[in-house]
Every structure is written in C-alpha cells, then in structure tokens.
Ligand binder design. Sequence first.
Ligand code: PAF
Length: 284
Amino acid sequence: MNDSKKKVAHTIAEIKKALEFNDGRLVGLVPTMGALHRGHLSLIQRASRDCDAVVVSIYVNPTQFGPTEDLEGYPRQLDKDIELALGAGADVIFAPADDELYPGPVLTEIKIHELEGLLCGKKRPGHFSGVATVVVKLVNIIKPDIIYFGEKDWQQFVIVKKVFKDLNIDTKVVGMPTIRDADGLALSSRNRYLTQKQRRSAKALPAALELAHDMIKNGERRRDKIISAAKEVIAAEPSLELEYFSICRPENLIEVEAIKGEVLLAAAVHAGGARLIDNKVIKI
Ligand code: PAF
C-alpha cells in the first residue's frame, strides 16, 4: 500500500479511528462528490489554513439524484481525487461505499420546508433533502468544527446553514467564493459533460448574470427589464435552455420585487445533458 492509500478511510470505523486524537485539534470537513476541480481545492486549502486536521469526504450520494438524473454517469476518479485532495492539504479522505453510509432501508431523512421548493428545488424534488441528510450524517460521523461549501450552489449553502441552526448542530458553516475559468464559467464537475460547442455557449450563463449585475449597479430597478435582458443573453445561445433566472433575497431565496439592499441573482441552464448553475450576490 502506498502512503496516500493509508490516508483513505473507507469505513465509519476507520475514519473515526483516524480522528481519535482527543487533544482539542480543530477538525475541518470538505464534503465532495469527487471529480475534484480547482473550486474544491480552494475549499481544501482554506480548511487546511483554518484547521489542524482536514477531512475530505468523497461520496456520490445517491439520495440527492432524481430518477432521471446523472447518478450512473457521474464522473468517478477516486485515485486521482485522493492525490488532488492530499496535495491541496487534506489529512485524511473518507470514501465510503453506499452500503457503509446507507446500510439497509432508509427510514429517516431531513425534510426541508419552503426552501426546497425554490430555485433549483422546483425541478429537483427531494434533492436538498438528500443533500441535507447526507451532510448531517457526515457531520455526525466526523464531528467537524468547521464545514466548507462552495457558494456556486448558493441554495445548498443556505439550506445547510438553516438545517444546522434548526437541529442545533454546532459545526460552523463557511462558504467560499466560486472559482471560474478565464471566460467566466464557474467550475463544476459537470462541465466535463459539455461538448466544445456547448462549452463555448455556456459562458452566456455568467455573462447573463454579469449583465443583470451591471444593470442594477447602473441604477436599473425594474425587475422584469433586468430579467428579460438576462434571458436574451441566454436565448442567443441555441444550445442553452434556461431553467430559471431569479432575483431573490440571499438569506431566504424569496423573490424580490423591490431591488434594494442585498440581492441574489441566480440562474440555472441546461446544455445538452449538463445542468449548470451560477449566481452573484449584489449589495445596493
Ligand atoms: O455539493 C456537493 O458536492 C454535494 O451536494 C455534497 C455537499 C458533497 C453532498 O453530497
């Protein structure tokens, strides 16, 4: 067994043993589904600056995929991910199999009221319930002091914070800025599904958000005008299909009529088989 393999725990017993130090070390957790990119690595690097021990979980969680979604085809590259995570500062990797995390039928899950039915949740029923449940399971196993999320999935970030508050989970939730390619496209494990043509078109997603952002910065306050201008940018790319474009409150995702204070611009598009999301928070 090479050295990096020794830093991988596949069972709950192994990860608990690896974290049995009882000396007050600050533990950070970066939960991932693997297919790591620079966005994940920025979370791991931040965790390794903040914490004494960094755990990266790599687990493609089946309960957050809908029946027609990409669970089977989701990119899996465990050996490469282990090298990348350790290289970025992870101390131990937790890579459980399905029957380790979900042995037998699951009778318990976290239900998310209201927030689940907004933005991405509208077309992905049960998705955030699956996310919240697996995150709480990971937290119960690893007991991190701090957990790190990318802000690209803003709704996930908001929901996890609310779940922890509601369930009195003390782990601190830290969000980290979205990492982008040079043309503005947010990094995502799903970008690898894009053909070259779709990849070129996909930059219309950040461009639409940027346009909405600039319109607001330049004084435009008519919600419909901003949304239709942003939609036009996406519509100009025939290989993109808009799922939603939202202007809402960052903390509760409720659509805003009056554009003032802090607002979240959030959008989702489909490009072939890939579903891409992005957002921008703007303070007026
Ligand atoms: O953001 C993700 O990659 C997943 O939703 C997470 C948080 C690892 C839970 O499976």
